[in-house]
Design a protein around this ligand. Structure first.
Ligand code: FAD
Ligand code: NAI
Length: 465
């Protein structure tokens, strides 16, 4: 069988690329080594984590309804029921991808794909049988895998990555999270809400590196109020698994005396690394960069003509929507159109409570680039809707160009931040200004009015402060 395009990997990058290419008239196949489509995101990432984040947030909220004049009995946790909700959510999403493949006449091949040569992909099934497929173009969309912590062996039961942390069959009484990044804070939140005592050990002296510093600092305080303990500037050097409880050895990142802390479960969440194993890239002559990511040009083509790459396996933020948009762009390029991704306007959301959402530049980045900027801030404590919902934690921060008023960044900590950020994303796509945002009518009363007020603050003066 000969195709116009074979996509290796069916995560958000790969499956979206396949669908878009099929829509544009290409004959497409997808090769996926997992039994179900959807990649990390749908099977063991975004989707199951959000199912547990929502369920655990509801569990915690039900216990705190007194302030709204609602008396309920103390909620009881049905962990198997909560995990079943997560599994059902995953199933409906991965089944949805299989349906979309059928609808768009995309051939799915379950097996490990490797590149025998440009235009030739070998699929090896679980039983060892192989098939060779021919194609005009290949897109590598094989994603990423958890980065290991030297000296600490993952068993996915007591010492887990995010994958094991999504399937714990008991709430740990003590959980150590290594890494105060997105996974650590999201999955740490899930298990804290369900009753675990959570200690986060982070190598750097701050949480959420890469995010606006002020946002991260205020957010850390909120998490501490919720019961999170942070050990910043600290590293885990070993975990002793010989006893009933785990004993983690920690020491200051800059060196010093070692200390031991105990836990039932240790979650290692120190980043992810590109996954290229078994693809035959070396034999095919495909170059990797210094961090073992597949190197691509501005059109997502590798150094080998006809072989392209997108998503977590190439440079850039490891986010599902970034992978999706690259999938669309490369499909358009292969169909002879002008595919393009605007890397300056890719939002990032941490789905904790409250949520953290961000797009564009941070204050630190603007300072480092020597760009003159203005800051406008507005706290949710001054927002009527937030007061009505008892959701006054957090604030909006708008960064605009001091000379042109162009919106350069937006950062929100607050309930629903992940939904609200998109008005800033769209505005940035159209190179809008803080004044544009401030003059756009926002429905009252909404949390989003705080974005308008922060934009007003950056451009001129807020009304409600
Ligand atoms: P992947 O989704 O990793 O898919 C790659 C696929 O390729 C996999 O299915 C793999 O089995 C397959 N594959 C690999 N090698 C081969 C081969 N040789 N042959 C055949 N198939 C192969 N991002 C967000 O934007 N929002 C979130 O809320 C979010 N939550 C996350 C939560 C967790 C716990 C984790 C771990 C990640 C989360 N992410 C989130 C990140 C997101 O999952 C990734 O950015 C995204 O999945 C990357 O998509 P991708 O298509 O590049 O690769
Ligand atoms: P991350 O890069 O977000 O955070 C890793 C953290 O671990 C960093 O703070 C880093 O300084 C720290 N660290 C590294 N080595 C350490 C060590 N030895 N000891 C202690 N701390 C150490 O990575 P994370 O959380 O594993 O997530 C991986 C990727 O998945 C991220 O790039 C993220 O974009 C994506 N993701 C996105 C989500 C979302 O968009 N909501 C949710 C979950 C994951």
């Amino acid at each position: 069988m000969s195709y116009d395009l074979i996509v290796i990997g069916s995560g958000p990058g790969g499956y979206v690329c396949a669908i878009k290419a099929a829509q544009l008239g290409l004959k497409v196949a997808v090769v996926e080594k997992r039994a179900t489509y959807g990649g990390t995101c749908l099977n063991i990432g975004c989707i199951p984590s959000k199912a547990l984040l929502h369920a655990s947030e509801m569990f915690e909220e039900v216990g705190h309804l007194d302030a709204l004049g609602i008396k309920v009995a103390k909620p009881k946790l049905d962990l198997p029921g909560m995990l079943a909700h997560k599994d059902a959510t995953v199933k409906s999403n991965v089944d949805g991808v299989a349906y979309l493949f059928k609808k768009n006449k995309i051939d799915g091949h379950i097996g490990t794909g490797s590149i025998a040569a440009p235009g030739k992909v070998v699929v090896t099934k679980e039983d060892g049988s192989t098939a060779t497929l021919e194609t005009k173009a290949i897109v590598i969309a094989t994603g990423s895998d958890s980065a290991p912590l030297p000296g600490v062996e993952i068993d996915e039961k007591r010492i887990v990555t995010s994958t094991g942390a999504l399937t714990l069959d008991k709430v740990p009484s003590k959980l150590i999270v290594v890494g105060a990044g997105v996974i650590g804070l999201e999955l740490g939140s899930v298990w804290r809400r369900l009753g675990a005592e959570v200690t986060v050990v982070e190598f750097l002296d701050r949480i959420l590196p890469g995010m606006d510093g002020e946002v991260a600092k205020q957010f850390q305080r909120m998490l501490e109020k919720q019961g999170f303990a942070f050990k910043l500037g600290t590293k885990v050097t070993a975990v002793d698994t010989s006893g009933k409880t785990l004993k983690a050895t920690i020491e200051l990142a800059k060196g010093g005396a070692a200390e031991t802390i105990e836990a039932d479960v240790v979650l290692v969440a120190i980043g992810r690394r590109p996954f290229t194993e078994g693809l035959g890239l070396e034999a095919a002559g495909v170059e990797l960069d210094e961090r073992k990511r597949v190197k691509v040009d501005g059109h997502y083509q590798t150094n080998v003509p006809g072989i392209y790459a997108i998503g977590d396996v190439i440079a850039g933020p490891m986010l599902a929507h970034k992978a999706e948009d690259e999938g669309v762009a490369v499909a358009e390029i292969l169909a002879g159109q002008a595919g393009h991704v605007n890397y300056d306007a890719i939002p990032g959301v941490v789905y904790t409570s409250p949520e953290v959402a961000t797009v564009g530049k941070t204050e630190e980045e603007l300072k480092a680039a020597g760009i003159a900027y203005k800051v406008g801030k507005f706290p949710f404590s001054a927002n009527g809707r937030a007061r009505a919902m008892l959701a006054t934690d957090g604030f909006v921060k708008i960064l605009s160009d001091a000379n042109t008023d162009r919106l350069l960044g937006a950062h929100i900590v607050g309930k629903g931040a992940g939904e609200m950020i998109h008005e800033a994303v769209v505005l940035m796509e159209f190179a809008g200004s803080a004044e544009d945002l401030a003059r756009s009518t926002h429905a009252h009363p909404t949390m989003s009015e705080s974005i308008k007020e922060a934009a007003l603050a950056a451009w001129f003066k807020p009304i409600h402060m």
